[in-house]
Design a protein around this ligand. Structure first.
Ligand SMILES: NC(=O)c1ccc[n+]([C@@H]2O[C@H](COP(=O)([O-])OP(=O)(O)OC[C@H]3O[C@@H](n4cnc5c(N)ncnc54)[C@H](OP(=O)(O)O)[C@@H]3O)[C@@H](O)[C@H]2O)c1
Length: 321
């Protein structure tokens, strides 16, 4: 079993290239760097090639000297609370955008990798076993999004599957990384500023380091370049482990203190979601079952604590201020 981080360098097929859409976002930036380090030829676009404008997408694809054989879509509307008041834009980006990208991919004969989310589920979980207990969500479990963001992302998945049969949809959760605002950066900043922070202890999931997810996306491409076909469809990926945001914050504090990223003591307190009223209800349980992607790629996703410690070693302290 190999870890995405240890995977061999990918060999680009002929003079073809990957088109990375949303290359300036948190995941897109990470992925762009990983493609570079694995020797995977790629081009990237962000807002300058608007995913809501199919003519712009088609024109960009038509103007490339090297044929595009893969499209990876990391562009999205990701402001979960703001989405409740911004339904139109959120839908254009998360549903119409993927439909446009899928149609473009089909037109140019490119395979597509699209990123989706645990928010397609309602967070109540699925009960199984004896005695009954919650089990991680599988790819074919019924979706039931509870907010605008999740609803538009689920509709985006459907539009991808309808428009481009040669597609992979990778659902992930609790994403953090070096190149964006995220929970880890926020916690490090607050823990440097405050004597205590309260963090919800009633939402359970699995953090995902954008670097690890990038490795999986690159593995999907490299595996195909190596001549092995992985069936198209939906896959789940996150780091291993099932924790609450409070558990995550406590570990960020422990490790951050040890590494000198947090310069003073701060008490991390558990609280309930009810104490933090938000526009949209967060899923209570969003642990994803990763068996399908593990078997398909022969990978062992890193444990959340290990990935957090790797991340904190290279984390930019300026991002936390
Ligand atoms: N972040 C998470 O915790 C999380 C969890 C689960 C799944 N996901 C999924 O993972 C994927 C990557 O998330 P992320 O956190 O890396 O997102 P992100 O940082 O918000 O990046 C999205 C990128 O898309 C760009 N964009 C916005 N409008 C565009 C348009 N009309 N055309 C082209 N590009 C446009 C954004 O530009 P601006 O920044 O200028 O708007 C940004 O650079 C998304 O599909 C998201 O739904 C994220």
């Amino acid at each position: 079993m190999e870890n995405p981080k240890d995977s061999p360098k990918g060999v680009s097929a002929g003079n073809s290239q990957i088109w990375l859409i949303g290359n300036k976002g948190m995941l897109g930036t990470e992925l762009s760097l990983l493609f570079e380090s694995r020797g995977l030829a790629h081009t990237g676009t962000d807002r300058e090639v608007d995913v809501t404008d199919i003519a712009a997408l088609e024109a960009f694809a038509a103007n490339q000297a090297a044929p595009i054989t893969w499209i990876v879509n990391c562009a999205a509307y990701t402001a979960v609370d703001k989405a409740e008041d911004d339904t139109g834009l959120c839908r254009r980006l998360n549903t119409d955008g993927p439909a446009n990208i899928a149609q473009t991919a089909k037109k140019i004969g490119a395979k597509l990798i699209h990123i989706s989310t645990d928010y397609v589920f309602n967070g109540k979980g699925v009960t199984a076993g004896n005695p009954p207990a919650l089990r991680p969500y599988r790819e074919d479990d019924p979706t039931d999004p509870i907010g605008v963001y999740g609803l538009t992302k689920r509709d985006g998945e459907i539009r991808i599957l309808e428009n481009s049969p040669a597609s992979y949809i990778v659902r992930t959760a609790w994403l953090y990384g070096k190149h964006g605002n995220n929970f880890v950066h926020t916690m490090l900043r607050l823990m440097n500023e405050k004597d205590s922070v309260s963090v919800v202890d009633d939402q359970r999931g699995s953090p995902t380091w954008a670097y690890d997810l990038s490795g999986v996306i690159a593995d999907l491409i490299c595996t195909a370049h190596a001549g092995r076909h992985i069936p198209y469809g939906i896959y789940h990926f996150s780091n291993e482990g099932s924790i609450t945001w409070f558990d995550f914050a406590r570990e960020i504090y422990e490790q951050g203190r040890n590494l000198g990223l947090i310069s003073k003591s701060c008490v991390v307190k558990p609280c309930t979601s009810a104490e933090f009223p938000a526009k949209v209800t967060r899923p209570e349980y969003s642990v994803l079952d990763k068996s399908k992607i593990k078997a398909a790629l022969g990978i062992t996703p890193p444990d959340w604590k290990t990935s957090l410690s790797e991340f904190l070693k290279i984390c930019d302290p300026l991002k936390t201020s």
